[in-house]
Design a protein around this ligand. Structure first.
Ligand SMILES: C[S@@+](CC[C@H](N)C(=O)[O-])C[C@H]1O[C@@H](n2cnc3c(N)ncnc32)[C@H](O)[C@@H]1O
Length: 402
């Protein structure tokens, strides 16, 4: 489920983001919808695939019926086999107005394609009619999960439950803050579940499940959870409305809690300012074998914290250059160090992260990393007992001092 905008899709399945939801996660979504299991729900599944989501809801609610909309005709036989007497299958493009949606849906579910899709006047209209505010991208491309959310929002009425699986940007990027404010305010009982990265076969993706009921805007608390690939909930935390508009990622809020920082005093993270974090391409030993010199954890300078790299940019391996910030990914005591590249260029090992930040945010990121807060945050959030390491996912959530 990589971003298809930058590469040619391998086949139809790839182009349409056909990564199907495993049964335990579909069941978790069905359970997250706060309705009585005996309620006669009219379910609408957008991009139904082989019907995993609707099936989980129909299994739970014996009197529920479902309309399954799917673009790919090869999936239709599988869809027709899902509770045939209780489902209607529509083979159509969800993002076109040619198909007739049911008069009213009590529940809209979707695990949309996360790839970017080309914008069309019809899609622009759906985005506008939904009334949601989305960050303006390049204009020609729109994230699939954004387009499907807009379609679901357009079709949802007051009282409609929504159960969607979306990718990380909507959950934690600052560009989506206004959108989050709407979701948090207008979805009663909102529960956002972080899914394990191994949930979807052949797709290493950080996805989140959103479940709530469309209603009038109010400042509400939100429940954040974390699920294992088998659907077991392993962590949860309740956060305030304003904290939720900053990020709906449980890792972010748990990290703040660990160092006793209130979420509403922080407005940005490395992820939200669009920092790029890159791990070195090879281990120190591998670089040595290739006869290449690379910056390693043992090369962090002392008090000055500036390094001049004496190598050169490499075509095959990641290189750092002036303005980049280098921090250790693994280590014990060295984990709290950092260095600014003052000039030159060179390779760095896979024990190092390269942070590239735009000019506007550079001083702020440096100030945070070199503060005692930055050091403590990294120690508190490092994984492992003896040799500690900072997972990239954790680092994304590092709060920035203002
Ligand atoms: C990530 S898969 C999820 C499938 C299924 N809902 C599940 O959870 O297992 C996305 C599905 O949406 C379908 N799809 C992609 N674009 C679509 C569109 N514009 N209209 C309808 N279906 C679409 C794909 O063919 C695929 O089956």
């Amino acid at each position: 489920m990589a971003n298809l905008r930058y590469r040619r899709a391998r086949d139809t399945a790839d182009r349409l983001g056909q990564v199907f939801t495993p049964q335990p996660i579909a069941a978790l979504l069905a359970e997250s919808i706060l309705v009585d299991a005996s309620e006669a729900l009219r379910v609408l599944d957008l991009g139904a695939g082989k019907g995993a989501l609707a099936k989980a809801v129909l299994e739970r609610n014996a009197s529920a019926t479902a309309t399954l909309v799917e673009i790919d005709k090869t999936n239709v036989p599988a869809l027709e086999a899902v509770f045939p007497s209780r489902t209607t299958v529509i083979q159509s493009d969800v993002l076109k107005r040619t198909w007739q949606s049911p008069i009213h849906a009590d529940l809209i579910v979707s695990n949309p394609p996360y790839s970017t899709i080309p914008s069309t006047p019809e899609l622009e209209e759906i985005l506008a009619v939904s009334g949601l505010s989305f960050p303006v991208g390049g204009g020609e491309w729109i994230r699939g999960d954004v387009a499907f959310l807009a379609r679901a929002w357009e079709l949802a009425e007051r009282g409609t439950h929504i159960g969607l699986i979306v990718a990380a940007p909507m959950i934690r990027d600052s560009a989506y803050r206004i959108l989050r404010r709407r979701l948090v305010g207008e979805l009663r009982g909102l529960c956002v579940t972080q899914l394990d990265e191994g949930t979807f076969q052949n797709a290493q993706v950080r996805a989140f499940m959103i479940a709530g009921q469309r209603t009038a805007h109010r400042r509400r608390n939100v429940l954040l959870r974390k699920a294992k690939a088998d659907g077991t909930i392993i962590d949860e935390i309740e956060i305030s409305y304003s904290a939720a508009t900053t990020s709906l990622d449980i890792d972010y809020h748990q990290a703040l809690k660990r160092i006793n920082v209130r979420a509403d005093t922080i407005s940005d993270t490395l992820a939200s300012i669009g920092a790029s974090i890159t791990r070195g391409s090879r281990s120190q030993r591998e670089f040595e074998r290739l006869g290449l010199r690379a910056f390693h954890t043992t090369d962090f300078p002392g008090a000055i914290e500036e390094v001049f790299l004496k190598g050169s940019a490499h075509n095959t391996f990641h290189s750092a250059r002036q303005g980049d910030i280098l921090i250790p990914r693994v280590g014990t005591r060295c984990l709290v160090r950092q260095a600014r590249v003052s000039g030159g260029a060179g390779l760095f090992t896979d024990c190092i992260y390269r942070l590239s930040v735009d000019q506007r945010n550079h001083a702020r990121v440096w100030k945070t990393l070199s503060s005692s807060f930055g050091a403590e945050w990294r120690i508190m959030n490092a994984s492992g007992s003896c040799a500690k390491h900072l997972p990239i996912q954790t680092l994304w959530n590092m709060p920035l001092l203002s």
